[in-house]
Design a protein around this ligand. Structure first.
Ligand code: MV4
Length: 450
């Protein structure tokens, strides 16, 4: 077994449940941890459980969790070997990955140039096509003129979707159903892209009306070894925020899984991908799948994959970052049972508006097949500055039906008082007939009434 660098101490450039999740694995691996925190997070659990903690700035994330000089200074002062970025914040900043590299601190993730390539959706599409990944018919380059947009839209046929090259996660998209609407939508999309990303480049794709969002988890080491850990079904979302995820997808057959997994693994090898990563696909009603985006970080919903594979994805990220070889081959990966994750947000479940404040009572469900990833506790005050997710409730059972039943009882025993949460919404989804049958698309929540 090779190992090119020792990782004895890791700085976690994040907060909340994912910071605690990373600390769990570091503790199990005998790796020391450094927490960084804003002035609003002095009483946060990641600060309490890390071996050392450093305040990096005022509450707004632009001055703390996104403050590269402050984070690098904390890393230098504490003499860490590596930085784990978690998700969000700097996790997909090619600049941050490059700064870490230049400072001789291992960034736990893929190379900076790979992050940058995947961040440009036009370049990612081209790279994936060259690697043999199916993509939707569309423009090979950013659209330069209305005439060009019309020509391409006629070739692929309406409806089409205009997306920002620097976008992702659903921001700055326009659906166009007929040619007469193309010019105005193109202009709006370009203006929105400039405003949101300071980059007006947009491209066009065929629009799929009722897709499912299926993503494949991969693990790749620095020596070209790569495996996939199956798929996650992420179609149940609202305003491009996922609400719940499951593994496996109720509609993916073993053959389909093998096809999607093989495509993702081949692409990773061709681009020199290393670390954990996720390929997002749109699945059409006829079973065709198309590349949408690649996420070069650990994701919020990684626990459902951990439950059905028994893999620890954070442990694998750390081992890969230490220059170790992947520990298993594809034939070692076995999916067992079914897992569902409900994201518990401090939000009004009807209006989806934030509901920060003091948690007066808090109970975590237990029992077989129940996992809760959280960083809150009774008396904790949810600050208004960050993402509203306060916990992830994850269950595992032998079948999907049993997993739904287990989630229903776990939701009843998950008590959060003092603030509003999305728990009642999840209870309603678990009771929904179409959800129970696995008969849904990304449009599920538009048709759902609480
Ligand atoms: C699409 C699409 C249909 N056709 N692209 C939304 C997030 C961003 N990553 C891309 N998105 C979509 N792209 C084509 N060609 C539908 C969506 C979409 C969606 C995708 C996944 C999960 C939820 C979604 C909700 C609305 C639209």
């Amino acid at each position: 077994m090779s190992r090119t660098r020792d990782i004895r101490k890791i700085l976690i450039a994040n907060r909340g449940e994912i910071a605690c999740r990373i600390i769990w694995t570091c503790m199990e691996m005998g790796i020391k941890t450094v927490a960084v925190h804003s002035e609003a997070d002095r009483d946060a659990l990641h600060v309490r459980f890390a071996d050392e903690a450093i305040c990096i700035g005022p509450p707004p994330s632009a001055q703390s969790y996104l403050n590269i000089p402050a984070i690098i200074s904390a890393a230098e002062i504490t003499n860490v070997d590596a930085i784990h970025p978690g998700y969000g914040f700097l996790a997909e900043s090619a600049t941050f990955a490059k700064v870490c590299e230049d400072c001789n601190i291992k960034f736990i993730g893929p190379r900076a140039d790979v992050i940058a390539m995947m961040g440009d959706k036009v370049e990612a599409r081209r790279t994936m096509q060259e690697a043999g990944v199916p993509i939707l018919p569309g423009s090979p380059d950013p659209i330069e003129s209305t005439g060009e947009a019309k020509k391409i839209a006629r070739e692929i046929g309406f409806p089409v979707i205009i997306k920002a090259a620097a976008g992702g996660g659903g921001r700055g998209m326009r659906i166009v159903r007929q040619e007469s609407e193309l010019e105005s939508n193109l202009e709006t999309a370009q203006n929105e892209a400039v405003a949101a990303f300071k980059n007006g480049a947009v491209y066009i794709e065929r629009y799929i009306e009722r897709p499912r969002h299926i993503e494949i988890q991969v693990l790749a080491d620095e020596y070209g070894n790569c495996i996939h850990l199956g798929e996650r079904e992420c179609s149940i979302q609202r305003r491009h925020q996922k609400l719940l995820e499951e593994a496996p997808s109720p509609v993916i057959t073993p053959e389909q899984r093998e096809r999607m997994g093989a495509v993702a693994v081949k692409a990773c090898k061709e681009i020199g991908y290393s670390s954990a990563g996720t390929f997002e696909f749109l699945l059409d009603e006829d079973g065709s799948f198309y590349f949408m985006e690649m996420n070069t970080r650990i994701q919020v919903e990684h626990p459902v994959t951990e439950m059905v594979t028994l893999a620890d994805i954070v442990r694998n990220q750390i081992r890969i970052a230490a220059g170790e070889n992947l520990q298993y081959e594809q034939s070692d990966v076995r999916l067992v049972g079914h897992s569902i994750e409900c994201r518990i947000n401090a939000e009004d479940p009807v209006k989806f508006t934030p509901s920060p404040g003091k948690i007066t009572a808090f109970n975590i469900p237990g029992g077989p097949g129940v996992r809760v990833d959280t960083a809150v506790y009774p008396g904790y005050v949810v600050p208004p500055y960050y993402d509203s997710m306060i916990a992830k409730l994850i269950v595992h059972a032998r079948t999907r039906e049993l997993a739904i039943h287990r989630m229903q009882r776990a939701l009843k025993m998950m008590v959060v008082e003092g603030i509003k949460t999305t728990i009642p919404l999840h209870q309603r989804i678990m009771e929904d007939e179409r959800f129970q049958k696995g008969d849904f698309s990304t449009k599920f929540m538009e048709e759902f009434q609480l």
